[in-house]
Design a binder for this molecule. Structure first.
Ligand SMILES: Cc1cc2nc3c(=O)[nH]c(=O)nc-3n(C[C@H](O)[C@H](O)[C@H](O)COP(=O)(O)OP(=O)(O)OC[C@H]3O[C@@H](n4cnc5c(N)ncnc54)[C@H](O)[C@@H]3O)c2cc1C
Length: 336
């Protein structure tokens, strides 16, 4: 059995590791044109927090993805691998001065060990006229650590990684892959001619502020998320923008909003500013497709893309589902 995985972001790598678990004797090759710091995954703050609009094919499947993903990250967090994989626990507050709906999250309320309404005193923990708030304890996965960790683990278990740009699925026909997993994120827009896939541009600042130990969310996409070495300040969500350059006005707005919540951040040195294009799709695409190649043959593909702003959160769950779909595609294949 030979599998190909297109993409080496958090979605491709979690799919590759799941595949090795389920098919320990298979040959598995990752093909991608960008790795580590050149991926969108690397830009993410990595907090486990699916947005309430996050949607898979059905309510039940979406819920299962989120449960499976949380269990995956939480198991690493509890293990000795946690510092190598870049997974830690993080607690914090989400506040709003406009609507109680913003601080509620039906996915997390059912799943996290702690997700509760903030008290009146807690609404005063950072500056602002906060009317509504929730406190929660979740996971954070820093892709700066997780991507190289997962790649190393994949190679140690016999996986192969090749740098290759793919213009069409037929480009990789010579590999004779039994199944290809399409984990190309925004790259799937061209590869699949998928008009539903849209970039949601995000910009963040990584600052040195070791005195910040809690996460804070405010209105208008404002967030302060402490990670392993830096604190991520965000953010913005610009629909259909392909601009990968850092915009100084976005940085100024982000700094102002974050410093108005926690004035001590004015003293934090900026380590780097960065931009990523979230691969947004109203319904995340995890499904199979049988492609008819120009050469006359067929190619089985399992798509796994379109995670938007929640790819770190949900990738282990969609990976599990994608591998299950591949198993079903291969039923009756004598090489199984
Ligand atoms: C500012 C910002 C903050 C974020 N914060 C969070 C967060 O806190 N929590 C969270 O869960 N998510 C967060 N996200 C979202 C998260 O980063 C994405 O959902 C996730 O990275 C998507 O992963 P991916 O593997 O699909 O895509 P990518 O990381 O973009 O990887 C795609 C891979 O496909 C390859 N590829 C694409 N096209 C081709 C091609 N034609 N040929 C060869 N290779 C190809 C690329 O080289 C790359 O290896 C954030 C995103 C941004 C921008």
């Amino acid at each position: 059995m030979h599998f190909g995985i297109l993409g080496s972001g958090v979605v491709g790598l979690t799919t590759a590791l799941e595949l090795q678990q389920i098919f320990p004797n298979a040959r598995i090759t990752i093909l991608a044109d960008r790795f580590n710091e050149d991926t969108t995954s690397y830009v993410a703050a990595g907090i486990f927090r699916p947005g309430t609009s996050f949607t898979g094919p059905t309510k039940e499947i979406t819920q299962q993805w989120i449960i499976d993903a949380f269990n995956y990250w939480d198991e690493i967090r509890r293990s000795k691998e946690a510092p190598l994989a870049g997974v830690c626990q993080l607690s914090g507050y989400i506040y709003s001065s406009t609507s109680p709906k913003i601080v509620k999250n039906h996915f997390l309320e059912q799943l996290l060990p702690v997700y509760r309404q903030a008290t009146e005193e807690e609404l005063k923990l950072c500056q602002g006229d906060w009317k509504y708030g929730s406190f929660f304890t979740t996971c954070l996965t820093e892709c700066r650590l997780f991507l190289p960790y997962a790649t190393k683990k994949f190679i140690a278990a016999g996986g192969q990684v090749t740098r290759h740009h793919i213009n069409a699925f037929s480009d990789v026909a010579q590999h004779n892959f039994d199944v290809i997993f399409n984990c190309t994120g925004l790259g799937a827009k061209d590869l699949c001619n998928d008009q539903q896939l849209v970039p949601l541009r995000g910009q963040v600042l990584k600052v040195r502020a070791p005195w910040i130990k809690l996460a804070f969310y405010g209105d208008y996409d404002t967030y302060i998320l402490p990670g392993f070495e830096a604190v991520t300040l965000g953010g913005c969500r610009q629909y259909d923008s392909y601009n990968l350059n850092v915009c100084k006005y976005d940085s100024m707005a982000i700094k102002e909003r974050c410093c108005s919540m926690l004035p001590s951040l004015k003293r934090a040195a900026v380590i780097w500013e960065t931009v990523g294009l979230r691969p947004h799709r109203a319904v995340v695409r995890v499904e199979s497709e049988i492609l008819h190649l120009p050469t006359g043959g067929i190619q089985k593909v399992v798509h796994n893309y379109g995670h938007g702003g929640y790819g770190v959160t949900t990738s282990p769950g969609t990976a599990k589902h994608a591998v299950k779909i591949a198993r079903e595609l291969l039923v009756g294949n004598s090489k199984l």
